[in-house]
Design a protein around this ligand. Structure first.
Ligand code: SF4
Length: 313
């Protein structure tokens, strides 16, 4: 899952900046944070800067696009009567999902021109991901309570947490399962905690807004057919809240000082910004001047147009 915004901060009591906050139930929100942008900052502050402060465009990748198409099919699949949720029916839905993506982003077609991947093979890879899904779950036996649901929670610090959850299942006894689909492969041993950060973030939001700690957080990796599950408890979610607020403070500090440190690591392999990254011998562009008008759309709340979901990893 994916989103375009990250965090907009009002770093101090200076009136013009506070004015940028958006009221939520009468409270002024000073900043909003999605799990993907928080993860960006934890991975590499400079990456966060390029995406969220500079808002530099990034070319979509075939992998990210496949995730978008597969997510769309998995969302729409549950609109069908239960018995029609078959692998064949899901594969038939790929073309329509791809056309919807093209309607929204006609430039996506350019990815398959010239030296780009073959569109037929790429569409086949979308269908393959869906076949993996059916090896892991039988959607005929599931009735999700919510799909692609926008969630948000305002912390006492007036930090607004928000994002899109792929699927929420609710058992007859009220137990909640939060499910996220990943079109890529599962993380290696030792990297599960980082992968689960996003899910703990959503669990925290659900706990804060619904008063129920989700029973199970589940990441479904279609790339290698693995499922990672985790049962959070209140202590976990309190720790997540402290972590998220610490990330927020670190972002605030970077914004205030203009010091966005690069952090070279495995993510660099997929980073669009190597040609402006000092870790690769290049010079970042100057920081943009702060433009309040530019900040405002980043603070969105219920009733406002939600940001699109993250492109799946
Ligand atoms: S290339 Fe690596 S170090 Fe540079 S901005 Fe991207 S993720 Fe950060």
């Amino acid at each position: 899952m994916q989103d375009t915004e990250g965090l907009v901060a009002s770093p101090g009591p200076e009136p013009d900046r506070v004015r940028l906050g958006t009221p939520v139930d009468g409270v002024h929100v000073l900043a909003s944070l999605s799990p993907s942008r928080a993860a960006d900052f934890r991975t590499c502050p400079l990456l966060f800067r390029f995406r969220t402060v500079d808002r530099l465009p990034e070319a979509p990748s075939p992998e990210a696009l496949r995730g978008t198409v597969v997510h769309k099919v998995l969302e729409d699949l549950f609109d069908l009567p239960a018995l029609e949720r078959t692998p064949g029916r899901a594969e038939d839905m790929v073309q329509a999902a791809w056309e919807l993506v093209l309607d929204a982003e006609p430039e996506a077609a350019l990815m398959f021109s010239g030296d780009g991947p073959d569109i037929v093979e790429w569409l086949a890879s979308c269908r393959e991901s869906l076949r993996s899904y059916f090896d892991l779950e039988d959607p005929r036996r599931l009735e999700p309570a919510e799909r692609e649901v926008y969630v948000e929670a305002l912390l006492d610090s007036r930090l607004l947490l928000r994002g899109f959850v792929d699927r929420i299942d609710v058992a007859p006894d009220g137990a909640i399962r939060v499910v996220d689909y990943k079109s890529g492969s599962s993380p290696g041993v030792g990297f599960e905690a980082r992968a689960l950060f996003q899910m703990r973030f959503y669990a925290l939001v659900i706990w804060r807004t619904r008063g129920v700690v989700p029973k199970l957080l589940q990441l479904i990796y279609l790339g290698d057919g693995q499922v990672i599950g985790y049962e959070p408890d209140e202590d976990d979610l309190r720790a997540t809240e402290r972590l998220v607020e610490a990330v927020w403070r670190a972002i605030e500090l970077a914004r205030a000082t203009g010091d966005w440190q690069p952090n070279r690591g495995y993510v660099c392999r997929w980073c669009s910004f190597q040609d402006i990254c000092p870790e690769f011998g290049n010079e970042p562009p100057p920081l943009p001047a702060v433009e309040p008008e530019r900040d405002l759309p980043l603070v969105e709340i219920s009733g406002a147009t939600p940001v699109p979901p993250d492109l799946p990893a």
